[in-house]
Ligand binder design. Sequence first.
Ligand code: 6PG
Length: 244
Amino acid sequence: MDRIEVFPTAAALYHSAAEHWVRLAKAAIRRAGAFHVALAGGNTPKGLYQLLANAPYVSQVDWSGVYIYFGDERYVPMDHPESNYRMARAALLDVVPIPSEQIFRIPTELANPEAAAANYAQALQSHLPGGSQLDLILLGVGADGHTASLFPHTSILSVRDHLVAAVYVEKLDAWRISMTYPAIEQARQILFLVSGADKASIVASLLAAPEGEGKTLPAQGLQASGEVNWFLDKAAAYEWETKK
Ligand code: 6PG
């Protein structure tokens, strides 16, 4: 069963998410000597990354034990304004002392998206515990119910035999590389971060569907093996709360 928490503001959501990250990182490093976490892209998680890079949280994490991955990436150069890696570097990775060899970005410089996906799947298999298990994956949701780059009506939704795949998103006229359902589902914990009134409608659709029935949106298609937490701010939860 997913655990849903609603926070009064986006700032409160980010502070709770930072505390959550600190707790999970401490537990993973204590348990296994490492914390393997996949970052979400887009705008929402930026506030969390910036908090983690500053007091009080920055000193609460043993960054030497943190291993960074990406749930998805746009097929653009790593210094492109649309790059999730570029966003994460500016907000967090260039600020905290994570050894560079512990940051696994999706290699969008490779000749084509499929090569980048195959290369990244290999990196996950080489570095993740058991070849596939993240301790935490951060996810956002789009207004169409996508998460990572699992967009509605795209080929990647049916990929079950690879951890990473390339996907052409027609409505964006863009290629993406994304972790697939199997990669996301194996995480010990999934944390959705959703903020803002523009997500109120999709949140209500995603969370209102009774267990098992009518789960047609990509973000509903996850058969997670671990914990699933939703951190919502009041604006994003508004329609769901009024419908409950
Ligand atoms: C991406 C993300 C994507 C994102 C949602 C929400 O690369 O854009 O992986 O799944 O989480 O589109 O984006 P916002 O946080 O910008 O609303």
